[in-house]
Design a protein around this ligand. Structure first.
Ligand code: ATR
Length: 276
C-alpha cells in the first residue's frame, strides 16, 4: 500500500516523516512519499488516482491544491464541504473520496494540551484564509458561541461571517485590542511571524483569566504571538500538534490502523525541525 502528500513546493513537508514513523511502528509494508505536483498537472494527477490500477490508495493534499482537490474528488464529506477544501483523499467502492482533517487536528491538539478548552466559548481568530476556515469549523463544532474573525482584508472576514452565520463576526485588524477584552481563546491563522514580518504588540492580559493563546504556525515552534502571550503570563499551545493530529485519520483510511500522536512522534518531528 502506497500513499502520498501532493503539494507545490513539497520539499519541506513533515508528513513523510510522520507517516513513515507510524508505518515503522506498526510494521506495515507500505510507503508514504512526497510528490511535487505543479498546478497545471494537478487535474491529471487526480484522474490517474481515480483509476483502479493507480499506484496510490490515497494521500494528503497540501498548499496550493486543497481547493482543487475538493472540486475534483468524486465524493466529499460534510466537513470538507463546510471548509470548502480537502486535505485527505482515498479510494472506496471505486470512487475517490475526500475529507478535511485540519479542523479535527486543530481540536485534537488543544484537547491534548489544554483539556476543557472548548468551555472558553468565545474566540478571536486572526486571519481569514483557508486555514482560518478549518479553525472556525472546529470552533463551531465545539460549541463556541462568539467567534470574532479579524483580517487585514476585511471583506474576506465578511465572507466567512456570511458563510458561517451569526456566530461568526467580521472585523478589521484595528479592532483587536477591544475584542480581546474578556475573550477566552486567541488563534493566529496568518503567516505573520513566519518570516521577518512585524507582528503587532498585543495585550493578551485583557483576555479572561483562563484564556488560551494558540497559533497554527509551527515554524518557529514558539511564534511571536506565543512569545508575547507567554511573557505576559497567559497560557499557550503551539501548533505542531495540529500537524501531527491531522495526519491520524488519513493513515487509518489508507493503512487500516489508527495511529497515536505521542511524545516519541513529537520528538522525532521536532528533531527534524532542528528545535531539539
Ligand atoms: P492559508 O490558506 O494558509 O490560510 P491564505 O489563504 O493565503 O493562507 O491566508 C493568509 C492569511 O494571512 C490571510 O488572512 C492574510 O490576510 P489577507 O486576507 O488580508 O491577505 C493574512 N496575512 C498574510 N500576510 C499578512 C500581513 N503582512 N499582515 C496581515 N495579515 C496577513
Amino acid at each position: 500500500m502506497h500513499a502520498f502528500v501532493a503539494g507545490h513546493p513539497i520539499n519541506h513537508s513533515k508528513s513523510p516523516l510522520i507517516h513513515g514513523t507510524w508505518l515503522k511502528r506498526h510494521g506495515i509494508d507500505g510507503s508514504y512519499r512526497a510528490v511535487d505536483v505543479a498546478p497545471e498537472d494537478f487535474a491529471a494527477f487526480i484522474e490517474r488516482l481515480k483509476e483502479p490500477s493507480a499506484e496510490f490508495v490515497g494521500g494528503n493534499i497540501t498548499i496550493p491544491h486543497k481547493e482543487r482537490a475538493f472540486a475534483l474528488a468524486d465524493d466529499v464529506d460534510e466537513t470538507a464541504d463546510y471548509i470548502g477544501a480537502a486535505n485527505t483523499l482515498w479510494r472506496e467502492d471505486g470512487r475517490l473520496k475526500a475529507t478535511n482533517t485540519d479542523a479535527y487536528g486543530f481540536a485534537a491538539n488543544l484537547d491534548e494540551k489544554s483539556a476543557g478548552w472548548h468551555k472558553l466559548e468565545t474566540a478571536v481568530v486572526y486571519g481569514a484564509g483557508g486555514a482560518s476556515r478549518a479553525v472556525i469549523v472546529a470552533l463551531v463544532e465545539r460549541g463556541f458561541r462568539n467567534i470574532h474573525v479579524l483580517n487585514r482584508t476585511v471583506e474576506r472576514a465578511k465572507g466567512l461571517a456570511d458563510r458561517f452565520g451569526a456566530t461568526v463576526q467580521a472585523h478589521p485588524l484595528e479592532a483587536l485590542d477591544e475584542l480581546l477584552q474578556d475573550v477566552g481563546l486567541f488563534v493566529n491563522t496568518t503567516s505573520l511571524g513566519l518570516e521577518d514580518d512585524a507582528v503587532p504588540e498585543i495585550d493578551f492580559t485583557r483576555m479572561r483569566p483562563s484564556a488560551l493563546v494558540t497559533d497554527i504556525v509551527y515554524v518557529p515552534l514558539k511564534t511571536a504571538f506565543l512569545q508575547q502571550a507567554e511573557a505576559q503570563g497567559v497560557a499557550t499551545a503551539d501548533g505542531l500538534g495540529m500537524l501531527l493530529h491531522q495526519a491520524v485519520p488519513g493513515f487509518e483510511k489508507w493503512f487500516g490502523v489508527r495511529p497515536v500522536v505521542d511524545r516519541e512522534l513529537r520528538e522525532i518531528v521536532e528533531a527534524a525541525m532542528g528545535v531539539r
